[in-house]
Design a protein around this ligand. Structure first.
Ligand SMILES: *[C@@H]1O[C@H](CO)[C@@H](O)[C@H](O)[C@H]1NC(C)=O
Ligand SMILES: *[C@@H]1O[C@H](CO)[C@@H](O)[C@H](O)[C@H]1NC(C)=O
Ligand SMILES: *[C@@H]1O[C@H](CO)[C@@H](O)[C@H](O)[C@H]1NC(C)=O
Length: 438
């Protein structure tokens, strides 16, 4: 693609690579084949049930906790730095919208289920090279709620949220609806943006090849200016024509469409003037609106759809907002992890002793799975789940209530809905009286 202005990229990052503590490019062991396991024998009695209530064999997991998986929202933090550096609010909205789409890109081909976090489990990630630090905590068990709080190391942003992944089993597929609100604050502009992630669906969990789809509407709202970005993650439709497509537009406060966004969450996002897009459509070159598939037809498109050979058709006058980084060489044998994900459970010597004993990196079942010891992983997973059950029973019998350590339930200050808010202290690195959850 020629003559495309880019809106910057990881190389334009204004953060000098001071120190890169995370450097692992692959896992210690490759994954086991899941082909010999019949998931059907476990699931046939559970159609329509919530998956969090079903105990799944560890073979269907990936060696990461859901708290670590959440952290993958931060892979493209450079888009937030770009938002901070733009003096125009519409330009900022473009970067924030690209960030919202890029945040789900790591889910592409990731068909393993992350481990359910235990109540009180925490995870921290400091990436000086990317300019942020993040802390998350499992703040509720029923329903399972994970809260996270990230901040720019140079105080240019705060990014936080609480997620309740509601999993539903639909016979041939599993749907994960990420309930919960996500907030990005840019203190320099006194702005806050909120949105909710699209629904993720894993197909063919019984037979055939697993594949992932994201669908639904995502609305990014700038609470200060009233500007919004409406994004539509398209369901794949008949013959896979809409596979992975995302389309949307930015509305100014008078609800006038000022620009259009298009692309695929697995690949890239472009932006173009709304007028230029309309002109392109009138010239007949634009992809005419395809007949959208009837809702009922989704069931028939269960086999893996073939992506169109030419992926995203670029409309003249567009420029690139974001493009996905290639997966590392060993990715397919390693749960389709991105380079970012490969490093998440790495435990280097400097970190051991510094992080609290509730950190995911110290969870024995995940560690065993990462090391390729499936039997130990399975045993440890059972042991931890039983330990958690016993602890919950003790709590319900006594007058003590479970207290979250780093987050408190409260109202989202911008949207007003129920949320979990960070209550400082974590980064002082003084961790007395932590629960023994492993
Ligand atoms: C890929 O995996 C192999 C063995 O599992 C390892 O020797 C090699 O270093 C890995 N490649 C990279 C780039 O990490
Ligand atoms: C945020 O943007 C302003 C204005 O461009 C810039 O001066 C400042 O260095 C930026 N902050 C960071 C952390 O990049
Ligand atoms: C808060 O955000 C949620 C999720 O995005 C949305 O459904 C709800 O309407 C919002 N509430 C208000 C008061 O804006």
């Amino acid at each position: 693609i020629k003559n495309i202005k880019t809106c910057g990229g990881p190389n334009d990052s204004m953060f000098v690579r001071l120190f890169i503590p995370h450097s692992r490019t692959s896992l210690p062991a490759s994954m086991f084949s899941r082909n010999d396991f019949s998931i059907w024998s476990i699931l046939r009695k559970c159609i329509g049930m919530e998956l969090s209530k079903i105990t799944m064999p560890v073979i269907f997991n990936e060696p990461l906790s859901f708290l670590q998986r959440l952290t993958e929202y931060m892979e493209h933090t450079y888009l937030i730095h770009q938002a901070n550096a733009s003096s125009d609010s519409i330009e900022r909205m473009k970067c924030v919208a690209a960030f919202a789409v890029s945040a789900v890109a790591s889910q592409w081909e990731r068909t393993g289920k992350p481990f359910n976090p235990l109540l009180g489990e925490t995870y921290e990630l400091v990436r000086e090279d990317l300019g942020f630090r993040l802390i998350s905590e499992q703040v509720s068990h029923h329903p399972p709620v994970s809260a996270f709080h990230a901040e720019g190391l140079k105080k240019d942003f705060v990014f936080h949220g609480s997620i309740y992944p509601k999993l539903k089993f639909w016979g041939k597929s599993v749907e994960a609806e990420p309930k919960g609100i996500i907030t990005l604050e840019l203190p320099r502009y006194n702005e806050a943006y909120t949105w909710t992630n699209p629904t993720c669906c894993v197909h063919n969990i019984i037979v055939g090849q697993l594949w992932i789809e994201q669908y639904g509407n995502v609305e990014v709202l700038n609470h200060k200016t009233g500007e919004r970005c409406c994004l539509n993650f398209k369901p794949c439709g008949l013959f896979g024509k809409e596979l992975h497509k995302v389309e949307g537009y930015i509305l100014d406060k008078s609800k006038k469409k000022v620009c259009s966004l298009y692309g695929k969450w697995t690949e890239c996002m472009y932006i173009v003037d709304y007028a230029a897009l309309e002109a392109h459509k009138r010239s007949g070159k634009g992809t005419a609106e395809k007949k959208s598939s009837k809702p009922g037809s989704r069931e028939e498109v269960e086999e893996i759809p073939l992506p169109e050979a030419d992926t995203v058709e670029v409309i003249p006058g567009s420029y690139l907002l974001w493009r996905i980084a290639p997966r590392p060489v060993n990715s397919t044998e390693m749960y389709s992890f991105t380079s970012f994900a490969m490093q998440l459970n790495e435990l280097d010597k400097d970190m051991d002793g510094l992080i609290p004993k509730t950190d995911c990196r110290l969870r024995p079942d995940i560690r065993a799975m990462e090391n390729g010891d499936i039997d130990l992983a399975s045993e440890e997973k059972k042991r931890l789940e039983e330990k958690q059950r016993a602890a919950c029973k003790t709590y319900s019998k006594s007058d003590d209530e479970w207290k979250t350590k780093w987050f408190q339930q409260g109202q989202n200050p911008h949207n007003g809905s129920q949320d979990w808010l960070f209550s400082t202290g974590y980064w002082n690195r003084n961790y007395p009286l932590l629960p023994d959850i492993y």
